[in-house]
Write a protein that binds this ligand. Structure first.
Ligand code: DP6
Length: 370
């Protein structure tokens, strides 16, 4: 599969105006994407759990316009006009125009809202870009009368397969991790030679056996620092260029993903914990050893990690953590232990959260049309 598979033929239908609404969740990486090549191609494969409660809902309204020389759109967050979001969307539109040639033919109104507070330190780029990509694919579906460009050549299993892959492909061009939010519950992005169907161009469902232990996995997000991220992910990824440990790190991510195949099959939670916690700490180690260097963890991040380790040691319960590029902690645990772990979180961890804020989430199954 190449980029060419996503360039449409001339559309058969003509539409004056319309609107579509999609909700799309955030996701949490188990093996991290950190480092990219040109055109949003990842340096290593990653895998994530799709979340459920943390999501963005986007309504895209479109109407045909006279002048078709430029992109024209307005963005609203919770009903307020957000002109500061426009440059990111303009860049996104430029990147995807060749794949969605109708973009300059319409004026778009993008109305978006998140279930999590904007200033929670939870990145909204994955849920936001994937929701927008789904809305744009709904427009294309109508324009093409649900015919995929290379369906007849057997590149896609069905129109729905084309729709999801192209939505993920487009979302990736908005924000890399967004390509892992279209479906669930376990999504791989980036080519791995042992994972059938994996691609650098889009996310795909993890294709092998997953033990019951990992079904309905719980993710409680502890909001340690609700401030805006101090390092944008684009800047962060660039720090992996000429990073002294880059090659080793990319190799390690491949190996960790390989080890997870057996772990998902056998249900070995202890081995799972070792990999995901190591991935989280390695991500931060990469930031601490790049130039310029950053420490994104806060003292309370470390307090929480230590408490989790003590609790695990004392109770034997398989509670673990992962981090994204910030100070917040994602506490991960199996559904069957939810009651005991939640009690531990409330009694011992909430004190380390800013204003006591945390969000209970669970593994979900991707974007939904509303
Ligand atoms: C640490 O997807 O936000 O969350 O492609 O530049 O938009 P861009 O980066 P982004 O990076 C996410 C990095 C991460 C790890 C991960 O989700 O795999």
């Amino acid at each position: 599969m190449t980029e060419q598979n996503f360039i449409p033929k001339a559309y058969s239908e003509s539409i004056e105006k319309g609107q579509f609404t999609w909700s799309s969740p955030s996701n949490i990486a188990l093996v991290k994407y950190w480092g990219k090549k040109d055109n949003q191609i990842p340096q290593n494969p990653s895998i994530s759990f799709t979340l459920d409660n943390c999501k963005t809902t986007t309504t895209l309204r479109f109407s045909k316009k006279e002048n078709q020389d430029n992109f024209s759109f307005d963005v609203f967050l919770d009903g307020d006009k957000k002109d500061d979001f426009k440059p990111k969307i303009e860049t996104f539109f430029k990147r995807i125009e060749v794949y969605l040639p109708f973009l300059k033919e319409y004026h778009f109104t993008i109305e978006t809202s998140n279930t999590f507070p904007h200033s929670s330190g939870i990145a909204s780029s994955a849920s936001g870009m994937s929701a927008l990509a789904m809305c744009l694919m709904s427009v294309e579906k109508q324009l093409s009368n649900a015919v995929a460009p290379s369906e007849e050549e057997g590149s896609f299993e069905s129109y729905d397969d084309y729709f999801n892959k192209k939505a993920s492909f487009l979302a990736r061009l908005g924000s890399g991790s967004a390509c892992r939010s279209i479906e669930g519950d376990l999504i791989v992005w980036g080519e791995h030679r042992e994972i059938k169907g994996s691609s650098d161009l889009f996310g795909t469902k993890y294709p092998y056996k997953v033990h019951e232990n990992f079904k309905n996995y719980q993710d409680t997000i502890l909001l340690v620092d609700k401030g805006e991220k101090r390092v944008s992910s684009t800047v962060g990824h660039n720090l992996m260029h000429n990073h002294p440990f880059a090659e080793q790190r990319f190799k390690q991510a491949n190996e960790n993903l390989y080890k997870l195949i057996e772990i998902f099959k056998s249900g070995d939670i202890n081995a799972f914990i070792e990999i995901i916690e190591s991935e989280a700490l390695t991500l931060h180690a990469m930031m601490m050893t790049s130039l310029p260097y950053f420490i994104l963890m806060k003292p309370n991040t470390l307090e929480i990690i230590n408490k989790i380790w003590l609790f695990r040691q004392h109770t034997g319960l398989p509670v673990s953590f992962t981090l994204d590029a910030g100070a917040n902690v994602h506490v991960l645990y199996p559904e069957k232990d939810a009651a005991s772990v939640l009690e531990f979180i409330k009694n011992e961890l909430v004190a380390y959260c800013e204003n006591g804020h945390y969000i209970c989430d669970i593994i979900g199954f991707g974007a939904k049309q509303l």
